[in-house]
Design a protein around this ligand. Structure first.
Ligand code: HEC
Length: 161
């Protein structure tokens, strides 16, 4: 369905500009849904990217546990990767950084102390997960994975749309 509007105008006039216009339109279809962060330093874009990096290392561990395909070395590599990226988002929640495309809730800035508590729970859970992963025991990994997941959920519930 998304591709439908492309055909209509361009199939009629095949000028030499057509490929460029097509590319522009396609890019627009991909990007126009999202607001770009144009502020200096791009704090919103940077914290969102940092959370994506967190997800990218976290998710494969969950898949291994849910599908009973625990691989100790690979799990450990992801746990280490998560520990390596866990600190990245937090510096980008400065004052005056609540604007589109932020998905944060306004109350985050009114409740910085509680937000920081949620963050610290996450950081500790990530460290514990790495320790568990080092033991190469699937039971330990499973037990330590849950609190990390709970810390994402708990913070998102209150502070992310
Ligand atoms: C202490 C709070 C907190 C914790 C802990 C937390 N997040 Fe988030 N997360 C947020 C907030 C706030 C946003 C919204 C950022 C924004 O758009 O301003 C967010 C956004 C995201 C996004 C969306 C990024 C985007 O592109 O819009 C992903 C994915 C994400 N978090 C994954 C995770 C995962 C996975 C975990 C746990 C392993 C986690 N987060 C832990 C607060 C948290």
């Amino acid at each position: 369905m998304i591709a439908a509007p492309i055909h209509f105008p361009f199939c009629i006039s095949m000028s030499p500009k057509t490929p460029l216009l097509l590319v522009a339109l396609l890019l627009c279809l991909v990007a126009c849904g999202e607001v770009e962060d144009t502020r200096p330093g791009q704090p919103v874009a940077r914290r969102q990217q940092a959370f994506k990096d967190i997800l990218r290392s976290f998710e494969p561990m969950g898949i291994q546990l849910r599908t009973n395909q625990y691989k100790a070395e690979s799990f450990l590599a992801h746990a280490r990767q998560l520990a390596a990226v866990k600190d990245a988002p937090w510096a980008h929640f400065g004052a005056d950084t609540q604007y589109p495309p932020s998905k944060s809730d306004d109350r985050l800035w009114q409740e910085m102390e509680h937000f920081t508590t949620e963050r610290d729970k996450f950081l500790q859970a990530v460290d514990a997960l790495q320790v568990a992963a080092e033991s190469r025991s699937v039971e330990a990994a499973r037990a330590a994975y849950a609190p990390v997941q709970e810390s994402c959920r708990s913070c998102h519930k209150r502070y992310k749309h």
